[in-house]
Design a protein around this ligand. Structure first.
Ligand code: ACM
Ligand code: ZN
Length: 760
């Protein structure tokens, strides 16, 4: 399949060389993901009530209906659907000459719009491009610019994953996301249906899976590191009936999206074994679906035949519900502690001459692969299925970095890339403190955009085994639909271009320019999304003079930035940023700013505390290298609480917690002097799990408080050459110490603060 793409890409390059060098001047022509080739021609085609949609093959009837329905929704126009070709029409036509199954051409002129493709998939993607040629915000007749588009996707697996176990989302919401995928030409929805915290799919033969397994007694409140753990006391759950599943499958099919169901095994099975305790190694009838996040030790017993009968029965019903080729069986994060103690698991290891519990897991997955193959399905699993030996025809989803994908492809297996750094949409989108609490990690839109799914180190003859990539949306910290949408969009727009558009046509600034129009489409689709915020707003900015100018910028170039300097919330009537803001800092000022898109959609509010402080270097001569640290007995809930009973003290040469002083449920103070060589503004970046704060003298310069897994916050400080007293307060509950301080300044690129600048 990928070979065909390569050949026809060459064909395209010859026919339309040079016509896709940039985004056209016509502001209506802003397609996301970017087409491989697009030429704007003179003229336009007027579409009004009664303009027919003509389909030339019965296979395209549903797509013609979808097009007419979309026009009605976006413009209010009624377009009749017909089979007779005519002038002044939108024509959908199959064309055997087009080589790639998902490729299409779209040609519009004064007379008509013609979309041609080899398959109805391609026609559907042509329709998506046509819908994106509509002007934003119109009702009534519209003009479509005359264009010639020749297009096809780079990858065949363009995926989005949704975890409906940690939080449950109803059918209507899943369908809304499927619409959001369709507008981005994404084609694979990975539905994570079972996990420790809930079983979400009705299985007729095992009713307790949803009677018991779909309901947990309560849910952890706040971040996992928020200690002591608090629970909300609310029974929580839900599940999809088989009838609802069939409805969603049909809805997705109409949008040319395949659903890959995931039934987790042998780990992430606490909800299942809570319903059927006999399927675990040590049956516990008091077990409930899990109320915490993380990895439960309550897994399926691999020693019992009963487990495999259960899996076979469940997968039989699952295969019946989902017509796609792949079934995902999880395979990740399966603790082996119960298997090590279970006589039946140990007996199986001996009987099957397996070396250890990893090979037992591999045995488990291989048996399941045979069950699936007998039902005409292929198995896909997380990269742990490589451990102990990969099942013969299994495809691998690489999530712990790219290595699993590289290893599997090198062995001749199909892979889907979902490495955490680029594809985990449960990571934060920025380091600003207005982001909703997330699990940790940082994956901004630009990083997603820069992802290259085919690893360079893969041998050329194995590269075609990379089917594509996928965004994973784990919902521990996303309880609401709005929140899920906020985490997905616009990062999915960036990923869609990674997966659709050949790298030579990709360019981030061109993408962000096209996004100006695309944001309006997201709003029209009723989707919540992260609106780019005003940048250059660290939490605290300390200047060396009273009169200063503040510059702001925003990635959305056609958006407005509005701001206040009295601490109030900026609104559409607040001053419009057009030039650097002049402020006098005799008194500290709270600057707040937000972005407003053309349709009024606004970003989250950015806040920056502006101060003038005349920091005077100390005249104390430098003594010893390193900072003094003190460890205090916790737990603490804020860096401001760190103090009290001292556990130990010592010296650290860098801003980190040395091995000897590492602990959980503790607090630390690092104290000493920072040497500055050149006058200027320094930006400090403090990263910690959990919370931390940095002071110069008694002045707080970075506030990075709260329960987190590695959040970073910044503070700007103007400093003259000399030695300054610094202190960092830090606390941790469960992660065992993650603390780092970086800085950049005059002549200094961002770097960990070097040891030769720290004294005590
Ligand atoms: C995973 O994130 N545990 C696949
Ligand atoms: Zn067992």
């Amino acid at each position: 399949m990928r070979k065909i793409i390569a050949i026809s890409a060459l064909f395209l390059a010859l026919v339309f060389s040079g016509c896709n060098s940039g985004t056209p001047a016509d502001p209506n022509v802003r397609i996301v993901p970017k087409s491989q080739s697009l030429t704007v021609k003179p003229g336009s085609f007027k579409i009004k009530n009664g303009t027919p949609v003509v389909y030339c093959s019965n296979d395209l009837q549903a797509d013609a209906g979808y097009l007419a329905g979309s026009f009605k929704q976006l413009t209010g126009l009624e377009l009749p659907v017909r089979t007779q070709e005519s002038a002044n029409a939108i024509i959908l036509k199959l064309n055997e000459q087009i080589e790639t199954p998902e490729g299409y051409t779209l040609k519009s002129d004064d007379q008509r719009v013609v979309i041609e493709a080899k398959t109805s998939d391609g026609i559907f993607y042509g329709i998506q491009s046509l819908l994106q040629l509509l002007p934003s915000q119109v009702k009534g007749p519209v003009r479509i610019p005359a264009v010639e588009i020749v297009d096809q996707p780079r990858y065949s697996w363009r995926g989005l994953h949704l975890d409906v176990c940690r939080h449950f989302f109803p059918v209507e919401f899943v369908e809304k996301l499927i619409d959001g995928m369709a507008m981005h030409k994404m084609n694979t929805f990975h539905w994570h249906l079972t996990d420790d915290q809930g079983w979400r799919i009705e299985i007729k033969k095992y009713p307790k899976l949803t009677e018991i397994g779909a309901w947990r007694p309560e849910t952890k409140v706040g971040h996992m590191s928020d200690y002591p753990h608090k629970y909300d006391g609310q029974k929580y759950g839900g599940f999809y009936t088989q009838e609802q599943i069939r409805e969603v499958v049909k809805y997705a099919q109409e949008r040319h999206i395949t659903i890959v169901p995931e039934i987790e095994m042998p780990g992430h099975a606490q909800a299942a074994v809570a319903a059927y305790p006999e399927l675990s190694c040590f049956a516990d009838s008091t077990l409930k679906p899990w109320t915490l996040w993380g990895v439960s030790e309550n897994v399926f017993c691999a020693g019992k035949e009963e487990t495999f009968r259960f899996i076979e029965d469940v997968l039989t019903e699952v295969c019946d519900l989902f017509p796609g080729g792949y079934v995902h069986v999880g395979g990740d994060e399966c603790p082996k502690s119960h298997w090590q103690k279970c006589p039946l698991c140990q007996k199986r290891i001996k009987a099957e001459r397996l070396k250890n519990e990893h090979e037992l897991q591999s045995y488990f997955i291989q048996r399941v692969e045979h069950l699936l193959a007998a039902r005409g399905k292929k198995l896909i699993g997380w990269d742990e299925i490589l451990e102990g030996g990969l099942a013969e025809n299994a495809a691998v989803m690489s999530w712990r970095g790219e290595e699993g994908g590289i290893e599997a492809a090198s062995m001749g297996h199909n892979v889907v890339m979902t490495p955490g750094n680029w594809c985990y949409f449960d990571n934060y989108q920025s380091n600003y403190d207005n982001e909703p609490v997330a699990i940790g990690g940082l994956t901004p839109m630009e990083e997603v955009y820069g992802y290259e799914p085919t690893p360079a180190k893969l041998p050329d003859d194995k590269k075609e085994l990379v089917m594509g990539a996928q965004a994973n949306v784990w919902t521990e910290y996303m309880a609401s639909e709005d929140h899920v949408e906020y985490m997905i969009f616009p990062r999915l727009s960036a990923l869609s271009e990674v997966l659709w558009t050949n790298p030579e046509h990709k360019d981030y600034s061109d993408f962000t320019e096209r996004m100006n129009k695309h944001y309006l489409r997201l709003t029209k689709a009723g989707l919540n999304f992260r609106v780019p915020v005003p940048e250059e707003m660290p939490g605290i900015q300390i200047f060396g003079q009273e009169d200063v100018e503040i510059s702001l910028s925003c990635e959305a170039s056609t958006a407005q930035i509005r701001y206040t300097t009295d601490g109030s919330e900026p609104g559409p009537g607040s001053p419009l940023y057009s030039a650097p803001i002049k402020v006098n800092l005799k008194n500290d000022i709270t600057l707040k700013a937000a972005t407003f898109l053309r349709d009024g959609t606004r970003s989250k509010t950015q806040t920056s505390l502006l101060k003038f402080r005349n920091f005077v270097p100390t005249d104390k001569p430098s003594l010893e290298p390193g900072l003094k640290y003190t460890v205090f007995t916790g737990p603490f809930r804020s860096f401001t609480e760190v103090g009290g009973t001292e556990k130990s003290t010592g010296t650290t040469l860098s801003v980190r917690i040395p091995e000897a002083a590492r602990d959980t449920m503790s607090g630390w103070k690092l104290e000493g002097y920072l040497k500055i060589e050149k006058e200027g503004t320094y930006q400090f970046e403090l990263t910690s799990a959990c919370g931390s704060g940095m002071f110069i003298g008694d002045e707080l310069v970075i506030n990075n408080d709260g329960f987190s897994y590695g959040n970073t916050r910044t503070g700007n400080v103007f400093l003259k050459p000399g030695l300054y007293p610094v202190r960092i307060n830090y606390f941790d509950t469960m992660y065992g110490c993650w603390l780092e301080l970086k800085y950049k300044g005059p002549g200094i690129e961002l770097t960990p603060v070097p040891e030769d600048k720290l004294f005590q």
